[in-house]
Design a protein around this ligand. Structure first.
Ligand code: 5AD
Ligand code: SF4
Length: 479
């Protein structure tokens, strides 16, 4: 594949660079005149992988596409533009994406005008971009996490000039305000409070794919939350790779506790936030969460491992003991708090003893929920260069044992809900039965319940009648 001079290809070294230079803030969204109605009469579909940051990016992509005339496709057979927003966090996420790109080949064979675009974290990886250029000719547009705002220009080059476009910047990144957004949810919304990450945990690709930590100003965030409240939204989730570090890169002296408090004062019924890094979690934050009823008592607090040596090699900068201390502080201060976590097993040369330490920590914390993963080497990260003598069977067995352990505690925690009445924000009705609904408690428990006259977006009091590992069953308390 011949690399064209016009293309921008990703570069890992550039992506790892961090400077002290001020973050550029761009308020204006620009569409060149010739692209203003580029999508008129055309349809699009977006396929999103990975985390909430990607979900939120897809909402921006949809917003931009609809601004230039595209409409959502009813069926893929006649679609004009497909965007695949990818995730690079683990190898299996990458494999799923490649499978989907492969599947779309048939659509391209039937319709040579179809534009297939690939963006997101995988597009920030050099090896992936080269692979797509070599093996997947049906992909005619590749763009990175820093290039979304240029979508109208890129699409013009693909659709009108019939060029293949590759625009992936590897850089610290800017903060773009006022990009169009099409919210996918009508009652719950994502609000970015910061972009990127500077933590460089040794296993993680995110600081390379999403640039340096850039906080939005508190004014912009509060403005967005106020607009959401005025539009009738019931819940916002403040998003960042590491929300506790919010504001550290601003000159305003504002931290996450202040932002949370000011957001709470706006009065939107439910506020959530993710993800928290135990390292930056302050007492002020715990106090603010405890103080405001509309800040949900639910904290996603990834621990990754319960072993100090592994935590040190992961670059996490806390010990099992200090994590436990923080966990206790949260449980003692915030009434009815629930905590979930992320855990990686099979980090390079994780010993049996180290793994036992993780199980021990799970026993002590009794998490409400856990996302557990086998370590997946990411090219270019320090951990990928570490020696690893642990075989895959051992890693799989550890994952199995870990899941058994946390499932047991989660079920026990859920059983304590039986007989209680909880407030549920309704997501919607079951596809199969119009009298069965699903929603979440303040502690983020999924509740399936029966009721009448229930609508999505309602707050409903539900009596819990049964508990499973991943959900609760109940019936609406009819007034
Ligand atoms: N391998 C396995 N799991 C990973 N995570 C991040 N990077 C890796 C990796 N290389 C997990 C962490 C993180 C979650 C989002 O994904 O647990 O908290
Ligand atoms: Fe990755 Fe660590 Fe940043 Fe989370 S805090 S995104 S695990 S580098």
């Amino acid at each position: 594949m011949k690399i064209k001079e016009k293309w921008s290809l990703p570069n890992l070294k550039e992506a790892a660079r961090r400077t002290r230079s001020a973050v550029e803030r761009v308020d204006q969204f620009y569409i060149p005149a010739n692209a203003l109605d580029l999508g008129e009469g055309k349809t699009y579909a977006i396929s999103t992988y990975g985390c909430q940051a990607n979900e939120r990016d897809s909402e921006t992509i949809a917003g931009i596409l609809e601004t230039i005339g595209f409409r959502p496709a009813d069926d893929l057979e006649h679609v004009d533009l497909i965007i695949i927003n990818t995730c690079a966090i683990r190898q299996n996420a990458e494999e799923k994406v490649l499978g989907e790109i492969g599947n779309f080949k048939r659509l391209y064979r039937n319709n040579k005008n179809l534009v297939i675009g690939v963006c997101g974290c995988m597009a920030q990886e050099d090896a992936f971009v080269h692979l797509v250029l070599e093996k997947y000719p049906q992909v005619r547009l590749l763009f990175g996490t820093h290039n979304i705002q240029d979508l109208p220009v890129m699409l013009y080059d693909v659709m009108v000039n019939h060029e293949k476009v590759v625009q992936v910047y590897s850089k610290e990144g800017e903060v773009y305000e006022n990009l169009p957004v099409k919210r996918f949810g009508q009652h719950k919304a994502w609000v970015n409070i910061m972009y990127g990450c500077d933590k460089f945990c040794t296993y993680c690709i995110v600081p390379y794919t999403r640039g340096k930590q850039r906080s939005r100003t508190m004014d912009e965030i509060l403005k967005e939350v106020q607009e959401l409240k005025d539009a009738g939204y019931k819940e916002v989730t403040l998003l960042g790779q590491n929300v506790n570090a919010y504001g550290k890169d601003l000159d305003e002296g504002i931290d996450f506790a202040t932002l949370l408090e000011e957001t709470a004062k706006i009065g939107i019924p439910r506020i959530r936030f993710m993800t928290s890094h135990p390292w930056d979690f302050t007492n002020e934050m715990v106090d603010v969460i405890a103080q405001y009823d509309n800040i949900m008592p639910f904290i996603h607090l990834p621990v990754q491992s319960g072993d100090d040596e592994i935590l040190r090699r992961m670059g996490r900068r806390y010990s099992a003991e200090s994590y436990l201390k923080l966990y206790k502080k949260i449980m003692d201060t915030i009434p009815n708090a629930a905590v979930s976590t992320d855990i990686i097993v099979g980090f390079p040369n994780e010993s049996d003893e180290a793994f036992e330490h993780t199980l021990e920590l799970v026993r002590q914390c009794q998490f409400d929920n856990a996302f557990t993963f086998i370590y997946s080497p990411r090219l270019g990260t320090p951990a990928a260069r570490m020696e690893d003598d642990i075989d895959m069977d051992t890693k799989r067995e550890r994952l199995y044992r870990l899941n058994e352990e946390w499932n047991r505690h989660a079920l026990k925690k859920n059983k304590a809900y039986v007989g209680k009445t909880v407030t549920v924000l309704v997501d919607g009705a079951s596809k199969n039965n119009q009298n069965v609904f699903a929603g979440h408690t303040d502690t983020n428990k999924l509740v399936n319940f029966t009721g009448t006259n229930v609508r999505a977006g309602d707050f409903v009091e539900v009596l819990i009648t049964d508990a499973k590992t991943f959900s609760l069953d109940g019936k609406a308390v009819e007034l």
